[in-house]
Design a protein around this ligand. Structure first.
Ligand SMILES: Cc1cc2nc3c(=O)[nH]c(=O)nc-3n(C[C@H](O)[C@H](O)[C@H](O)COP(=O)(O)OP(=O)(O)OC[C@H]3O[C@@H](n4cnc5c(N)ncnc54)[C@H](O)[C@@H]3O)c2cc1C
Length: 382
């Protein structure tokens, strides 16, 4: 008998999960509250761990074709434009940069038609020993498993993990944008109290983000573009031009929150995945990547274990330590990279690191997060 899942949320985590379930021969319905799955968000990068997970989902090539290799972790600069580390022609480029909508589109196109329902907000969830139930548009829907991929503000987490604290503001805020600017190399520019990230995107576009500290969440400006230009408009080229070339209404301003570590990602037949389980500071570019890993591990466990309960136990045991360690590391990086006090020490340290050593650290197998290998999926569904 074909197993059925309900996936709540059609972000990158939810779509990756539906695809992973498809590959192991399950049926899934993805319920998304938004009216449309459109050109959402700005840019992001995916590291070798996530690119391997995408390959296991059968979309590795399509994802690479939608992205652009980026030198962001190789080109480190100071606001006056000097290089602390610099990419050389021919260096390996294990990081790929995407417009979020492009990566999302790759996952969506790989799903069977009709699996994603928009305008479908889930308002309640219940579970018992053998199934999960959600309420959507006043209708009860029942399945062998409910995957809550409903993001950092997860309704599912609030209902089934009532003791869990609300997402915590990390004291940082970010402005993001996408502009038409072909041929830009990726880079990170470290200023006192904040940094600017640039990634090249497909179709001649570039993504930029400025991350800095904020004393409270919710501080907003009448003209966000003017505000970010005021802060980084005197930094090296092409930063001022990139901000200037971004349509004013398209500058996104977002406060950084995370989900404190949960003691379990599983309640009976409901499982948390992606930001709903472990939203993290963006400074390692791993949030969506971890959700893609979650999807592959969940499907491998469902395909490989004798019961759904065993599979969920395995998912929880494998994913909590990794995602929570990644979130911890990202949080610390974010704190250091936006610290006025640590800035000088970081710049001095990066200037002194021999170029060969830095390159080794940013190679595809250069760090534990990037070295991760996905479990194999049996691919019975495609
Ligand atoms: C500034 C910034 C930069 C980042 N850069 C990177 C990066 O470079 N690389 C990377 O890997 N990650 C990055 N991330 C993190 C990444 O964006 C997230 O980790 C990722 O998008 C989470 O995906 P998700 O599917 O879990 O959640 P979401 O993308 O939040 O999707 C959740 C979906 O659920 C829907 N939903 C919510 N509630 C309901 C409901 N009740 N019923 C139905 N639908 C519902 C929402 O509408 C949404 O579509 C960054 C994050 C930030 C803030």
């Amino acid at each position: 008998m074909t197993r059925q899942a309900i996936v709540v949320g059609a972000g990158i985590g939810g779509l990756a999960t539906a695809l992973a379930l498809h590959r192991i021969g399950w049926q899934a319905t993805v319920l998304e509250r938004a009216a449309e799955l459109g050109e959402i968000g700005a840019g992001m990068s995916q590291a070798p761990n996530a690119l391997r997970a995408l390959a296991e989902l059968g979309v590795g090539e399509r994802a690479r074709a939608a992205g652009v290799p980026t030198d962001a972790s190789a080109n480190l600069r100071t606001p006056d434009g000097r290089y602390l580390q610099r990419a050389r022609p021919g260096d390996p480029r294990p990081l790929f940069a995407f417009h979020r909508a492009d990566l999302h589109g790759v996952l969506l196109e790989a799903l069977p038609a009709g699996w994603v329902r928009t305008n479908a907000e889930v308002t309640a969830v219940r579970q018992d020993a053998t199934s999960g139930t959600v309420i959507c548009d006043g209708t009860e829907l029942n399945a062998d498993l409910v995957v809550a991929a409903d993001g950092i503000g997860s309704t599912m987490r609030r209902q089934l993990w009532p003791q869990a604290p609300a997402p915590r503001f990390l004291g940082r805020t970010a402005w993001l944008g996408v502009a038409e600017m072909p041929g830009l190399p990726g880079s990170v520019t470290l200023g006192p109290g904040g940094y600017v990230l640039i990634h090249p995107l497909s179709r001649g576009r570039a993504y930029w983000a400025y991350v800095t500290t904020a004393r409270a969440p919710g501080i907003r400006y009448d003209d966000e573009k003017a505000e970010v230009a005021r802060r980084i408009g005197s930094w090296h080229d092409p930063i001022p031009a990139l901000v200037e070339a971004t349509p004013a209404g398209a500058v996104i301003h977002i406060d950084i929150h995370h989900v404190d570590p949960l003691p379990t990602y599983v309640r009976g037949r409901v499982v948390l995945l992606g930001d709903a389980a472990h939203a993290m500071s963006p400074d390692r570019g791993q949030g969506a990547g971890q959700s893609i890993e979650d999807a592959v591990v969940l499907a491998a466990a469902l395909a490989g274990e004798p019961t759904i309960e065993d599979a969920l136990r395995r998912y929880d045991a494998e994913r909590r330590p990794r995602t929570q360690a990644t979130a911890r590391g990202a949080g610390k990086d974010g704190q250091r990279l936006t610290s006025q006090v640590a800035h000088r020490a970081i710049v001095t340290m990066l200037r002194m690191v021999p170029a060969a050593l830095w390159r080794k650290g940013i190679a595809a197998d250069g760090n534990a997060t990037w070295r991760w290998q996905p479990p194999r999926l049996p691919a019975t569904g495609t």
